[in-house]
Design a protein around this ligand. Structure first.
Ligand code: GFB
Length: 314
């Protein structure tokens, strides 16, 4: 990759897109193109076409998506399916129209079957039924992967797809109803500590297991793949370790300094019983994560205290 190449980061304000923007800037890539939602609504096909025709980026990183935790996914299947299909169809097709040199599409570990073998190899895609709570999002992401693979097969495009595990870090969503588990529990533990509560409510049974990766590691892996990986076959990005939700909640309480008890709201769904990616393909290429879970959560809590907590308490 040339440092002067024009790179369009779709979704640069989100958790993933902002981490990619930081990483590329730090690595000396100076020609980054970004657009806020009011400037460019990626669901608008004509606007996306005009933007690509004018900008003609060399590289596209597709980090724009309607995302959310288990409750948002379960409550809003229309938005998770339709918005994501529209956004990705527009961007991927426009990238082809202006002959971008390479496109990186970000999928998700929830595209794998609910009862996939653990750790989940790339070959598990489309081998069984999906987890119902995130089926709409998963189907949209699978369609995006297939569109990239189809452009590669039919037109020879270098459109690659990576499958990140559950992510967390700066610029995450800390809204208690729509966020993922890790930012939700960080906020709940912080607020419980500040209020002097004795209990903290956690959703589900605490038994599901998830793999969590700091988004700065994800960004580093994406830049690595942009430089070194040119196959239409999907590739997992994760750290190869998982943890139960109960243990995660305990770890977060310890880091935040909340000393009360955990209680469990079993009316809320557990979702997939386990989601641990097989990252041997990525390791074989020579990339490993560097940020451990405890360190990553501590860094995210510091970010939360400086950035999100003041906003929330307004
Ligand atoms: O992170 P999360 O919302 O999504 O939930 P998924 C993971 C687990 O944490 C579930 C439990 O078993 C939740 O019940 N959990 C406990 C909580 N307390 C909380 C809480 O306060 N908030 C939340 N959100 N969860 C998502 C998919 O699945 O993962 C998306 O729905 C996407 O499509 C994303 O793929 C990566 O890991 O279950």
């Amino acid at each position: 990759m040339e440092k002067s190449e024009k790179i369009f980061i779709a979704g640069h304000r989100g958790l993933v897109g902002s981490a990619l923007t930081r990483k590329l800037r730090a690595d000396g890539f100076a020609n980054l193109v970004t657009r806020d939602r009011p400037q460019l609504d990626l669901r608008n096909e004509a606007a996306v076409d005009r933007f690509f025709a004018k900008q003609k980026p060399a590289l596209v990183i597709f980090a724009a998506a309607k995302v959310g935790g288990i409750k948002a996914n379960n409550d809003l299947p229309v938005e998770f399916l339709l918005d994501n299909l529209q956004i990705q169809n527009n961007v991927i097709r426009a990238a082809h129209e202006v002959s971008v040199r390479k496109l990186l599409f970000l999928g998700s570990s929830c595209t794998y079957p609910k009862h996939a073998p653990q750790p989940i190899p790339e070959a598990a895609l489309l081998t069984g039924p999906l987890e119902p709570t995130n089926e709409a999002y998963a189907i949209a992401k699978i369609a995006g992967i297939k569109l990239c693979q189809s452009y590669a097969r039919e037109y020879g495009e270098n459109f690659i797809s990576a499958m990140p595990t559950n992510l967390y870090g700066p610029n995450d969503n800390f809204d208690l109803l729509s966020s993922h588990v890790l930012p939700a529990l960080l906020r709940k533990a912080h607020e419980a500590k500040m209020k002097g509560d004795r209990e903290l409510m956690v959703w589900g049974s605490g038994k599901p297991r998830r793999e969590f990766m700091h988004v700065d590691d994800l960004a580093a892996a994406c830049v690595f793949l942009l430089e070194k990986y040119d196959s239409a076959e999907i590739i997992n990005i994760g750290c190869g370790e998982d943890i139960s939700i109960r243990k995660l909640a305990e770890l977060i309480c310890e880091i935040v300094g909340f000393q009360g008890d955990l209680t469990w709201d079993t009316t809320m769904p557990d979702g997939t019983p386990r989601k641990l990616l097989d990252v041997s393909k990525l390791h074989d290429l020579g990339w490993h994560h560097t940020i451990g879970l405890r360190e990553g959560i501590a860094r995210t809590y510091e970010w939360f205290l400086r950035n999100a907590a003041p906003e929330i308490s307004k």
